[in-house]
Design a protein around this ligand. Sequence first.
Ligand code: AMP
Ligand code: MG
Length: 447
Amino acid sequence: MPFVWRMQGGMNRRTILILGTLALVLITGVFSLRRLQADREYSSDQFLMDTLISIKVYGRNPETLKKAVAEAYAEMRRIAELADSFPPPGSAAAETSDICRINAQAGKRPVRVDGDTLGMLVLAKKYCELSGGAFDVTVGPLMDLWGFGGKNPQLPPADRIKAALAKVGSKDLVLNQQDGTVFLRRAGMKLDLGAVAKGYATEKALQVLKNHGIEKALIDAGGNIRVLGRNTHDAPWRIGIKDPRKSDAIVAVLQLEDASAVTSADYYRGFEAGGKRYHHILDPRTGYPADHNISVTVVTNDAGLADILSTVFFVLTPDEALELAGKMAGVELVLVSADRRIRHTPSLQGAIQVQPAAGYHYDPQGKMARRIELAPGTKSSFVVDGRVGPSAVEVDGTRVRMVEAPCAAGTCIKQGWIAHPGQTVVCIPGEIMIRIEGAAPLDAVTR
Ligand code: AMP
Ligand code: MG
């Protein structure tokens, strides 16, 4: 018995060890094989709709990935051709473009169009009405006058702006969904889908990827971002919002899953005249560039809607935009207003890290937030009145600590120094938050 026991015992311990190791190796092997298989990336770039479109997809079968991406681009190209407003009159491209055909028949007759053209225009008209005309795809005559579509945009004389304004107005955009026709009632009217087509095409492309069974993807259409699923680390995608005044910096990071982030900003196309900068997003009610905001990012699950809404909110005042966004289910908004305030819809809290660089004010709750830059030599202490009581905060050079923080268990750091060079501490009234904001890697930047 002792022998057997010893044998058993000895064998057992060793066997368990060997089997355990083997099992571990096997399990790890299977997992890493799975991960390897799941992690294959296929990416491709194409120039379309005046911008570089990049598609990244992840999955196990390289052939499927390649085919899906090719079809997604084909779908984007189809939408781009339908919506193109610039092909030379009489060219083949002008014949393919529904928008050109509609414009050519303005004041004459309705034109039968593709279902997607009608789809884009139905959405456009809806948001024109909802925004009180701040968004209007009949802005074409004004865009032509300013010349933003061409190489030499310029400040037009006031009387010509007034004349162009008379040809703008979606009340004379007649959409007949039964017949599948579109009619611009007055001669000289002109559609411009510049604020709609890229997002709509992006969403259609994403649907193509999904139809091929793809569950992880990122489409970057010149900064119009649409992500599918979670990123390769099985975490939310990290999307930066570009600093509107510094091309290599960002002002915030968004964490997104199955969502789109689209930015409308004043820095894409513009020119200077008489010391003033003019840009391509016009207020169709005045005929001049909208000047309340400098960058507006919309987060929602549909890239088409995000594209429209980013332009809608850009033209509205920040208060109007935040109020309207607050009424829309599933729509989040981040805006940088002309006075350099960064604001966002409250429900975005938790999915956004704002990194307000010098010159910007971050104001998450509509009230002024306390902001201190960590720099050698800084020394201060202050009290923030939080939801659960007042807390003392001490800043010493590049470190900061909360001296007293009566916060709920596990929700905030109670003691100890937090140090990280070049980082920002944000204390938000009503919440008490110390946020460490480093330069974490990004999946993409919306700009
Ligand atoms: P986005 O970058 O999506 O905001 O779109 C800007 C483009 O939309 C411009 O280049 C114009 O083609 C068009 N656009 C400009 N102003 C307006 C407006 N108020 N409503 C609708 N489209 C506009
Ligand atoms: Mg837009």
